[in-house]
Ligand binder design. Structure first.
Ligand SMILES: *[C@@H]1O[C@H](CO)[C@@H](O)[C@H](O)[C@H]1NC(C)=O
Ligand SMILES: *[C@@H]1O[C@H](CO)[C@@H](O)[C@H](O)[C@H]1NC(C)=O
Length: 330
C-alpha cells in the first residue's frame, strides 16, 4: 500500500459554514457542561490532587460526544505524566523461530487453509479481468542499487517486504538473488493489495479495473509473479501490515532482510518499523523506501530517526532508501 499523494478536495459551502458555527456553539456548550461536570466530579473525590488535574482541550470537543453520557472517570485515568506506556510499546519477543523449510507450509496452512495460492491460478474469469502480466510492473524505487548491495551483504534466506503493490520490487529482488546464487531465498510480500482510496486517478493504466469494489491488485500481483516463474518463492501475504506482522511474530517466522514501504504517515511507518524489527533475525537488516523523496514530511524519516535513536542504531541513506545498522545479536 502506498499513500495517496493527491490532496483531498475541499470546498466549504455556506451550509457547511453554518453547520460549523452550530458545531462550535455546541462545542462551547459541551465544554462548559463538561467543565462543570469535571469540577463536580473532582470535588467529590477528596484525595484527588487538583494541582495535577487533566485539562481537556475544549476546542477539540465535537458534537459526536453530545449523545454520549459522560462515563465515570477513574482516578488513574486522570493522572498526568508520560503517556501510557502501551502507546510506545510494541511486542518485542516473538515465537520460537521455525526452520526455513517449514515457513511455506506454515503460511499456507494458517493463511490459506492449506490451499496452495497459485494452484490453478489464474482462473479464466480472473484472467479476463486483469492486465497481461508485466515484465516490469509499475513500482517506485523498486530497482535501486540498495537491493543488490543489501542482498549481497546479508545473503538472506528469507526476505519480507511490506508494501508490494504490483510486485516490482519483489521481482527485482528475486532477480538479484538469482544472480547471487541465492535462488532458494523466500520472499514474503505483505500488502492488503487494495492500494489506497483514489490510487486509480494516477495509475489507471497500470492496474486492472476494480471488480465489485475489489481492486484486483492481489490477482495482478500473482499473475506478474507467476509469469516470471517465481511463484514457488514469492508468496503474497494479503493482509494489512499490522495484522500480518503480528501473525508472523506469533508463528515464529523471521526475516533476514525486511523492507518497509507501506503506509508513509508517521504512525503507519512507526508501527511497521517497530513490528518488523521484532521479526528481524539478529544480524539481519531493516531498510525502507522514501527517506529523501516527496514523502519526507509525511513521517517516514521522523519514524526512522526516532526508532534508530531509541534502539541505538545508525541510519544510512542509500539512494531513495534508508538502511538501519544490523540488528545486534543477543
Ligand atoms: C487545542 O485544540 C486546538 C484546535 O484543535 C489547537 O489549535 C490547540 O493547539 C490545542 N491546544 C492544546 C493545548 O492542545
Ligand atoms: C542479473 O545479471 C544479468 C547479467 O549480468 C543482468 O543483465 C541483470 O540485470 C541482473 N539482474 C538483476 C535483477 O540484477
Amino acid at each position: 500500500m502506498k499513500p495517496a499523494w493527491l490532496p483531498f478536495p475541499q470546498s466549504a459551502t455556506s451550509a457547511e459554514f453554518k453547520l460549523r458555527l452550530h458545531l462550535s456553539r455546541a462545542a462551547i456548550f459541551l465544554c462548559l457542561f463538561s467543565a462543570g461536570y469535571m469540577i463536580g466530579y473532582l470535588s467529590s473525590v477528596p484525595q484527588f490532587n487538583l494541582q495535577n488535574q487533566f485539562h481537556p482541550n475544549c476546542t477539540a470537543i465535537t458534537v459526536a460526544n453530545s449523545d454520549t453520557n459522560p462515563l465515570p472517570i477513574k482516578e488513574h485515568e486522570l493522572q498526568t505524566g508520560p503517556p501510557p506506556h502501551d502507546l510506545l510499546q510494541f511486542k518485542k519477543r516473538c515465537g520460537k523461530p521455525i526452520p526455513k523449510s517449514e515457513i511455506l507450509n506454515t503460511l499456507i496452512a494458517n493463511m490459506f487453509e492449506g490451499i496452495e495460492p497459485y494452484e490453478g491460478f489464474p482462473s479464466a474469469e480472473v484472467e479476463s479481468l486483469i492486465h497481461k502480466p508485466a515484465d516490469h510492473p509499475r513500482g517506485w524505487g523498486s530497482t535501486g542499487a540498495v537491493f543488490r548491495d543489501l542482498i549481497e551483504s546479508v545473503r538472506p534466506g528469507v526476505i519480507i517486504e511490506l508494501g508490494s503493490f504490483l510486485g516490482a520490487s519483489a521481482l527485482h529482488m528475486a532477480g538479484v538473488t538469482h544472480n547471487l546464487s541465492l535462488s532458494s531465498t523466500l520472499i514474503l510480500s505483505v500488502d492488503d493489495f487494495r492500494g489506497w482510496p483514489n490510487f486509480r486517478l494516477r495509475f489507471r493504466r497500470d492496474v486492472p479495473q476494480n471488480r465489485h469494489a475489489d481492486a484486483l491488485l492481489l490477482q495482478q500481483f500473482m499473475a506478474n509473479v507467476k509469469a516470471a516463474g517465481e511463484s514457488q518463492r514469492i508468496i503474497p501475504v494479503p493482509f494489512s501490515t499490522g495484522s500480518a506482522l503480528i501473525a508472523l511474530c506469533e508463528w515464529g517466522i523471521y526475516g533476514d532482510l525486511i523492507e518497509v514501504d507501506a503506509g508513509h504517515d508517521f504512525h503507519s511507518a512507526w508501527a511497521d518499523i517497530n513490528r518488523a524489527y521484532a521479526i528481524l533475525r539478529p544480524g539481519g537488516v531493516l531498510f525502507g523506501h522514501d527517506y529523501f523523496t516527496v514523502a519526507d514530511n509525511r513521517g517516514v524519516r521522523r519514524a526512522v530517526t526516532l526508532f534508530a535513536k531509541v534502539k541505538g542504531l545508525t541510519v544510512r541513506p542509500h539512494g531513495q532508501h534508508w538502511v538501519l545498522s544490523p540488528k545486534p545479536r543477543e
